[in-house]
Design a protein around this ligand. Sequence first.
Ligand code: PAF
Length: 282
Amino acid sequence: MEFITDPAAIADWSARARLGNHRVGFVPTMGALHEGHLDLVHRARAVCDRVVCSIFVNPLQFNNPEDLERYPRRPEGDRRMLKTAGCDALFSPVKEALFEGFVPALYDLQGLDDHWEGPSRPGHFQGVMNVVERLFFHVRPDAAFFGEKDRQQLAIIRAVAAHYRWPEEIVGCPTVRAADGLALSSRNLRLSAAERTSATVIHKALRAAQDAAFHASIEETRSAALGILAAEPALTLDYFGLADAITLQPLGGWDGVDEAVALIAAQVGPVRLIDNVTLHRT
Ligand code: PAF
């Protein structure tokens, strides 16, 4: 695996791959990799000839400086994992190089940030879109792979890419979970054993919403999930929402809806966790 820090060098690497008619798959990450990231690499590997992963802890998307400072970093372990996973190149730029000559843009997020993470983390999605654009600008991938765990992020990246006619294909990939249902996240590393056990109620609540959705009313579905969350004293709920799967607008009822999403954000100990599941009309 090639280790590249210079944006010009990753641009060359990618240009050479494309000249050789190789399809370039890209997995952008902030490091502290886990099986969920490796699954993205494997999915990219399955449909692309060359796979590049980036590790860059993006300061633009943290609205809390403490969260940025405490974001887990494990560069050596990450490199080993990516090599074993069959990644061809790791792009790990420093901030100054990645953002050289950069003028921040204000993207039209098409209202997809009106709810959920949007109000809780002002400026977060603009920060994500700006770094995604910078990374795409240097890597020039044919396809980029993102996890559905960050469902709102994925919806926004898809919408912005379509709106601004970016050439990259945006591929959404299913959330990878531990055996007890907890969605894998780099932030889980900061949970104590007891907090990690408490955090499993997030998935239990989402499952309860899945069981109730479309059979019970919206209010009953909400109550089923909220009851489970309320029974866990170690968890402080930020939001539980039932939203349209495409627009992510909150739902007032199930009429005319075939696919929805249940979303949760909650604080457990020092960590803010997010998760979601899709709700299908059966
Ligand atoms: O999902 C992430 O890890 C980050 O938000 C991303 C897409 C790499 C941008 O920094």
